[in-house]
Write a protein that binds this ligand. Structure first.
Ligand code: ADE
Length: 252
């Protein structure tokens, strides 16, 4: 089995790339795909850049050129559920493209991908359960590990909560609480907002490939988001992605 691992930004995969034994690097479509061994598994690691097109293009290359059987997307997100705090972990069981709206053209519904007939992409229950279990193991391990020092200290995170729910993706960095509230009214069980997950989920759906989307909350998609996001990305995000993926691929 080969696992494709994507983060949108270099900062989000920094520790993963440092933990990997890279056997080969291939530049395709202006991206470097690192092929090698990560925690004893065959992986292809890449950062996609931000947004749905970048993510969709990257995951297509992972599936078609590298033949990956499982795609893991990881990185940060803006919290939409009021009970979530910075540092909390979200595992996507459903993903929606919140900026897709062809509803002015009947019979399409808001968020439905026209001519695909789908508005919500679902992760497999098996992968979701495994992701949840490994996130819990990661949290109990990381509480002891010094690798999590900055994660805990810089953001005063004590024990991150782990939640499973809907992730909304769109080509928009949300820094507006009213936008968060309107999306929360429209999308059931919305947990967080980001810019890639549902595009990855659509490509995986079309190629019948398993996927997992792990997110950590970097901001609350409010007017502070432009400050909290870069602060979280700078050092902390990479500890989370490396720790949780290590746990997940050990258990997969
Ligand atoms: N990723 C992290 N925070 C985000 C936000 N506020 N909007 C969109 N994507 C994000």
């Amino acid at each position: 089995m080969t696992i494709g691992i994507i983060g949108a930004m270099q900062e989000e995969i920094k520790l993963l790339s440092e933990s990997m034994t890279i056997k080969e690097s291939k530049n395709i479509g202006m991206r470097n795909f690192y092929v090698g061994d990560l925690f004893g598994k065959d992986v292809v690691l890449v950062f996609s850049r931000c947004g749905k097109v970048a993510a969709a293009s990257t995951v297509t290359t992972l599936i078609e050129t590298f033949g990956v059987n499982l795609v893991i997307f990881t990185g940060v997100a803006g919290g939409a559920d009021k009970s979530l705090n910075i540092g909390d972990i979200v595992i996507a069981d459903k993903l929606v493209q919140h900026d897709m709206d062809a509803s002015a053209l009947p019979p399409f519904r808001k968020f439905e991908i026209p001519l695909l007939g789908v508005d919500t992409f679902e992760a497999s229950p098996k992968m979701t359960a495994l992701a949840k279990l490994s996130a819990h193991h990661y949290i109990s391990e990381s509480m002891k590990a010094d690798v999590a020092e900055c994660y805990l200290k810089e953001f005063e995170i004590t024990t991150p909560n782990i939640t499973v729910g809907t992730v909304a993706s769109g080509d928009l960095f949300v820094a507006d609480i009213q936008k968060v509230q309107s999306l929360s009214r429209e999308i059931r069980n919305l947990k967080c907002i980001e810019m890639e997950g549902a595009a990855v989920a659509q490509v995986c759906y079309e190629h019948n490939t398993d996927f997992v989307v792990f997110r950590v909350i970097s901001d609350k998609a409010d007017k502070e988001a432009g400050i909290n996001f870069p602060k979280f990305i700078e050092k902390t995000a990479s500890h989370f992605t490396c720790g949780i993926i290590k746990q997940f691929i050990n258990e997969a």
